[in-house]
Design a protein around this ligand. Structure first.
Ligand SMILES: Cc1cc2nc3c(=O)[nH]c(=O)nc-3n(C[C@H](O)[C@H](O)[C@H](O)COP(=O)(O)OP(=O)(O)OC[C@H]3O[C@@H](n4cnc5c(N)ncnc54)[C@H](O)[C@@H]3O)c2cc1C
Ligand SMILES: NC(=O)C1=CN([C@@H]2O[C@H](COP(=O)(O)OP(=O)(O)OC[C@H]3O[C@@H](n4cnc5c(N)ncnc54)[C@H](OP(=O)(O)O)[C@@H]3O)[C@@H](O)[C@H]2O)C=CC1
Length: 460
């Protein structure tokens, strides 16, 4: 078999890459290799501002892609080896596919605090969510370790279970937000009225919707009933262990709670199982003739055109490490947002190489943007939202209305470099413009968040 373009990986990066190639190269052959017959595609893509987008993710049958694009063939198989000297990939199903350009979008897998332990699970895709839900339904106590996206979503959504949340930091959701925003969000975890001290507000699911389709979309948990085995909701609790790490996990199935966790402060927690929401590691376990340059976390290094160190091999999504000089207000983070952008841009680069044309770096790499939901609030992160790369003497302006909005602007030398917008602030566009055009705001920065002042007046 052969194709001009071969893309490996049926996730967001791979499917976006294949679809973009089909658009730019309608007369060239494209093969998408996917391990699963279900591929993840972007739906309801909405441009909120110049660089900020929101979209859903749907898992669809792989044939939907070839139905939509006649020059795309989707093959359900796994890559096992790349013979880059003769531009051939070998698959688990013993196929040899010749390519002119290859794009690897194999994603990443959960990086667990303990491997090969059935009581320590990670969450990555639909299968792992189902495994998690099955365990949870029979459980009364769970430990969640990690303080990022998955842990934040799970702790907020789980019901009828006692949660011990073990985090290394002095505040929650530290991969996304600062202590002030964390305090604003934490109130969503505790409600001291109807349910007594340190109980969580119960979140009713939508009617009798048990679970969404297979998609792990940005609201992957929204239509799931993530429920434990506690019958009376008065014993569900979230206990947050700040600045704490797990030093040992021991299992004794004869005990009421099979798992005992030992903490670095000497504390011990008994639980039914542990969710290790502790980041991901790139899926770079395939053979290749010419070694690819890898980063420390085993991501495949790519240049500003998403090209790897091996000729005609491109990489996008969680598998790659952005090894070019980053724009001032951009940095990589393993997100759908960036997987889609990288998949699209890798396709443009491959097509330009095929047509021997010049390609310019995509504007999306000028400014870090991410929109998501945390603890039921809309969260928009722009640029260096936590002062990343700004050293110590940046300035913060912020406005908060309890339970409504939390707005933090990060300025250096009078110029806006980042923003955290929690709630329906409607400030995305203003902040994006101020970051991109680097206007000196010194003379009116006090009015930036003054609700009685229309900041646009300063520019008319
Ligand atoms: C629970 C969870 C919730 C998340 N929520 C958000 C969110 O709200 N917002 C956000 O921006 N990001 C979120 N993320 C991160 C997001 O999932 C990833 O950044 C994104 O999916 C990466 O896309 P990808 O295509 O690079 O990798 P993946 O989506 O992992 O796709 C990789 C694909 O490659 C396939 N593959 C792997 N090895 C091979 C092989 N050898 N041969 C063939 N195929 C192979 C895999 O089966 C998979 O289909 C979340 C992640 C998790 C785990
Ligand atoms: N709503 C969203 O936008 C969501 C995004 N995601 C994305 O999916 C990917 C996977 O999510 P997730 O697994 O939550 O990864 P994240 O990178 O978001 O968070 C990992 C967390 O685990 C901590 N950690 C890492 N190793 C250990 C350890 N050995 N012991 C204790 N803590 C540890 C990290 O701390 P430290 O940083 O200090 O190492 C960090 O707090 C991420 O790229 C995330 O951004 C996932 C869910 C939702």
């Amino acid at each position: 078999m052969e194709a001009t373009f071969v893309v490996v990986g049926g996730g967001i990066a791979g499917v976006t890459c294949a679809e973009t190639l089909a658009f730019y190269e309608p007369d060239e052959s494209i093969i998408l290799l996917s391990q699963s017959s279900l591929i993840k595609s972007v739906t309801n893509l909405l441009a909120i501002t110049q660089t900020l987008t929101r979209f859903d993710i749907e898992e669809k049958h792989m044939n939907t892609l070839s139905d939509k694009h006649p020059n795309v063939t989707v093959i359900q198989d796994s890559l096992i080896e790349i013979l880059d000297e003769c531009n051939v990939v070998k698959t688990m199903g013993n196929k040899r596919i010749k390519y002119k350009y290859l794009c690897l979008c194999l994603g990443a897998r959960p990086k667990l605090i303990a491997d090969n332990n059935p009581y320590v699970i990670g969450i990555r895709d639909t299968d792992s969510v189902e495994q998690f839900l099955a365990k949870l339904g029979k459980s009364k106590r769970v430990v969640i370790v990690g303080n990022g996206g998955i842990a934040s979503e799970l702790v907020y959504k789980m019901e009828k279970i006692h949660v011990d949340w073990v985090i290394k930091d002095d505040h929650i959701s530290a991969t996304f937000i600062d202590p002030g925003a964390a305090e604003f969000l934490r109130t969503r975890l505790q409600k001291t009225s109807d349910f007594g001290p340190s109980k969580r507000m119960r979140y009713e699911c939508d009617g009798n919707v048990k679970r969404a389709g297979a998609a792990l979309g940005p609201d992957w948990y929204k239509h799931l009933e993530i429920q434990g085995g506690i019958e009376d909701c008065f014993s569900e609790q979230v206990h947050i262990h700040y600045q704490t790490e797990i030093v040992e996990v021991s299992v004794n199935e004869a005990n009421e709670f099979a798992v005992e966790v030992t903490l670095n402060n000497g504390g011990k927690i008994q639980c039914d199982f542990i969710v290790s929401a502790t980041g991901v590691e790139p899926m770079s376990d395939f053979k290749i003739t010419t070694a690819l340059e890898l980063s420390e976390d085993k991501g495949i290094k790519v240049d500003e055109f998403m090209q790897s160190s091996v000729k005609n091999i491109y990489v996008a999504g969680d598998l790659c490490t952005a090894d070019w000089e980053h724009a001032k207000q951009w940095f990589p983070m393993k997100l759908w947002t960036q997987a889609r952008q990288m998949g699209c841009y890798a396709a443009k680069s491959m097509s330009s190489a095929n047509k021997d044309e010049v390609v310019l770096q995509d504007f999306c790499f000028e400014l870090f943007t991410h929109t998501t939901k945390l603890f039921g609030y809309k969260v928009v992160l722009l640029g260096l939202y936590n002062g990343q790369k700004l050293g110590k003497n940046y300035e913060i302006i912020f406005r908060m209305t309890k339970g409504v909005e939390y707005i933090k602007l990060v300025l250096l030398d009078g110029r806006l470099h980042g923003a955290v917008l929690i709630g329906e602030t409607d400030l995305e566009e203003m902040c994006e413009n101020l970051i991109l055009n680097q206007i000196d705001l010194s003379s009116f920065k006090e009015d930036l968040l003054n609700p009685d002042v229309d900041i646009e007046d300063y520019f008319d």
